[in-house]
Ligand binder design. Structure first.
Ligand code: FEO
Ligand code: CA
Ligand code: CA
Ligand code: CA
Length: 696
């Protein structure tokens, strides 16, 4: 029998995150007033004609009693050296599962290591602090400096992208986001009330992005960093970024230091992202609100309401950066916060390029930005706004991708995300509102499903000219205060839209909705067909089918692909697959596809008593909905940034050891380097010991 682990209920802010994670990651967003207080209707209010209704029989066939879910629970003392963790004999010859998912699932567990399936091996590709630029010193946590950090891999790696490097055999370009810093775990003796200038400047340098070339070991999935490669690069909270598109230069983004409103120092809280077909990477700026102080001193009602809608509140900021740079003090520089919350586009192949903040994609707490192309070659970018009751969006470019490797084609492609239309999603359920009772019980038609429309917010044209489609808002207001635009047009309040990604095989789009502990609370929106559980602890994954399969369509059908949780819980759903044959999953966050078209999901904040993990699930065929856990994280860590290649799985191990009461002196994890060593967020590669491809 699968051993159920005790359900942890001690900290109910967001999933099962520690208080430390809530504090440093998103500025305790879950404990502040929900920023969306608009009175948009929700899905359950409207009954629309049936769309894409599937058989009730499949739902009726769901078995609600879970039995064995694979390999034994891994528990006990921490593995001191994850890379060298002993592996059991291979049992990967099992042909159970969809192609790409034929591995023995890892059971839920609380081991302080990266636990991978039998027959698989792993290595730490790169750790926080490893030098990547010429001249950067070796990492010494007791003697860390801002200068050293600026040449070293940043903290809390999140999104990862691997790009080809065809001229250098066996090498690829790894791009990583560094979402946030946890100073308590980084600095011995850290005093949160009195951070030193050096500590603050180290934190600035530990945020941002890294570009680092990695090299494969022959006949394995092992990767290692190539230090001092000419493409290696760090971008930090003080590097130069250019604002482009319709909000560049607007009155809302001009500051004393940048009166033209076009040049921003730094990128902050880069969470997930995407890789474009033209060889650049996209990086969402998520919980930027927490870095800005003295919002309470902004009393002009419109400005104050705008700050509040983005969760920018209070007096001193968590990290006290305002003491060291006035731009983080809204009383002194009220527009600086408007220069964050964008999607950044980086050209990793040009180490001298200035990355761009693409304002045509709107400003919110961007979780991710994943592009695909329309049938006529125009990029469409899907994006989530990770906040309780906030929205998800797409951008449709009006320009076609230029093919070829000429400089002119490249220059053209670097303008694709400046012109086009930004849309927000509105969903309608097809079941009677009375069928949605907030427990997660399937409605009478056997599915949480319905239709939806993409509501246009604004269209950007050449040279930053743009038109608003929202009554009472200028185009510049729509782009800078996109959340309010979504409120005005009645977008659907979702359960924290995280990563959004279209399947390269089917074109269907998957939206991870991670959880929403406030759904159905007094004064808050109640359950609806797309967000069918009140006090939603475990989240759901929505599958969206654009009309006629066209990415540029303005309407779509949708259904819930997964309603996450313990399969023994009747309020879960795995696309109709028998629930005694799936792994438990809680709080889906990042999504990715493997070369076979299976969806992979990483989790953040597991509320079922296990550590977070990475899962694969078939999206088509008779095994659709068969979810299998591939790996689990060390103590306190979240899984993010998954990349599934033929012969390797790459993941970020973010915020290991981030548990309440932990500190640099008193680590709560021995990962990755064993007891007595500082805990270091790192990138891990996993591969099959026999050299075969993943899951075949
Ligand atoms: Fe940074 Fe929404 O996770
Ligand atoms: Ca329905
Ligand atoms: Ca998350
Ligand atoms: Ca995330």
């Amino acid at each position: 029998m699968r051993k159920l682990l005790p359900i942890i209920t001690s900290h109910q802010g967001s999933g099962n995150r520690s208080a430390l994670t809530c504090r440093f990651r998103c500025g305790d967003a879950c404990f502040h007033e929900v920023p969306n207080t608009s009175d948009n209707e929700y899905v359950g209010d409207v009954i629309a004609g049936a769309l894409s209704r599937r058989s009730m029989m499949r739902a009726a066939a769901v078995v609600t009693v879970a039995t064995a879910a694979g390999s034994a629970v891994v528990a006990g003392p921490a593995a001191p050296e994850a890379a060298a963790a002993p592996q059991k004999p291979a049992s990967h010859k099992s042909k159970k599962g969809a192609r790409g998912l034929r591995f023995t699932p890892v059971a839920p567990n609380t081991a302080d290591t990266v636990t991978v399936p039998d027959g698989y091996a792993q290595n730490v590709v790169i750790r926080w602090g490893e030098p990547i630029l010429r001249g950067a010193p070796a990492f010494d946590p007791d003697k860390q400096t801002a200068k050293a950090q600026a040449g070293q891999f940043g903290y809390n790696n999140d999104f990862l992208s691997l790009l080809p490097l065809p001229r250098e055999r066996g090498r690829q370009v790894l791009v990583a986001n560094h979402e946030y810093t946890d100073e308590i775990l980084m600095f011995k003796g850290y005093d949160a009330e009195k951070p030193t200038r050096e500590q603050v400047e180290i934190a600035w340098a530990a945020h941002g992005l890294s570009v680092v070339v990695v090299e494969e070991e022959r006949r394995s999935g092992k990767l290692s960093a190539v230090t001092r490669h000419q493409l290696n690069r760090r971008l930090t909270a003080t590097s130069e970024f250019r604002l482009t598109g319709p909000a560049a230069g607007s009155e809302y983004v001009r500051t004393k230091a940048d009166p033209r409103g076009t040049t921003v120092l730094g990128t902050l809280n880069n969470c997930a992202g995407g890789t474009t077909p033209w060889g650049t990477t996209l990086h969402g700026e998520e919980n930027f609100n927490q870095y800005f102080a003295n919002a309470e001193k902004v009393t002009e009602p419109t400005a104050a309401a705008r700050l509040k809608r983005y969760g920018v509140t209070g007096a001193a900021s968590e990290r006290k950066w305002e003491r060291f740079d006035d731009r983080f003090d809204l009383a002194k520089e009220p527009n600086e916060a408007n220069r964050f919350g964008w999607v950044v586009e980086l050209d990793p192949y040009d180490p001298d390029s200035t990355p761009r903040k693409r304002t045509a994609l709107g400003r919110f707490k961007h979780e991710a930005a994943q592009p695909r192309l329309t049938h006529d070659g125009r990029p469409v970018v899907y994006m989530g706004d990770d906040e309780k009751f906030d929205y998800f969006y797409k951008f449709v470019s009006s320009k076609r991708v230029a093919k070829g490797k000429s400089r002119a084609a490249h220059e053209h492609n670097l303008t694709l995300l400046d012109e086009g239309t930004l849309y927000v999603a509105k969903l309608t359920g097809d079941s009677p509102a009375a069928d949605i009772d907030g427990t997660g019980k399937l409605p009478a038609d056997g599915e949480f499903d319905g239709s939806g429309v993409w509501i246009p917010l604004a269209t950007a044209g050449p040279k930053g000219h743009a038109v608003s489609h929202v009554e009472g808002m200028t185009a510049e207001e729509v782009y800078v205060f996109t959340r309010q635009a979504g409120d005005k047009v009645g977008a659907t309040k979702m359960d924290r839209p995280e990563d959004v990604e279209p399947s390269p095989h089917t074109g269907k789009v998957y939206v991870a909705l991670t959880n929403n502990s406030d759904r159905g609370k007094a004064g808050k929106a109640g359950a609806d067909e797309a967000n069918p559980r009140n006090l939603n602890k475990h989240g759901q994954v929505l599958e969206l089918t654009e009309r006629l399969g066209r990415a540029e369509s303005t309407s779509f059908a949708w259904s819930l692909f997964l309603v996450a949780g313990d399969p023994e819980d009747p309020a879960t759903y795995f696309a109709g697959f028998p629930k005694d044959k799936v792994s438990p999953i809680s709080c889906p966050d990042n999504v990715a596809f493997d070369p076979h078209g299976n969806l992979w999901l990483s989790t953040d904040g597991n509320q079922l008593g296990s550590h977070d993990g990475l899962f694969g699930v078939a999206t088509k065929g008779e095994r659709r909905g068969e979810l299998k856990q591939f790996l689990t994280m060390p103590n306190g860590a979240e899984t993010c940034g998954p990349i599934i290649q033929d012969n390797r799985v790459l993941v970020s191990v973010q915020h290991p050891g981030e548990l309440d009461g932990a500190s640099a002196e008193k680590p709560a994890s021995a990962w990755p380097d064993g007891p007595g060593k500082i805990v270091r967020p790192s990138v891990v590669s996993v591969w099959r010991k026999d050299g075969c491809d993943i899951g075949v």
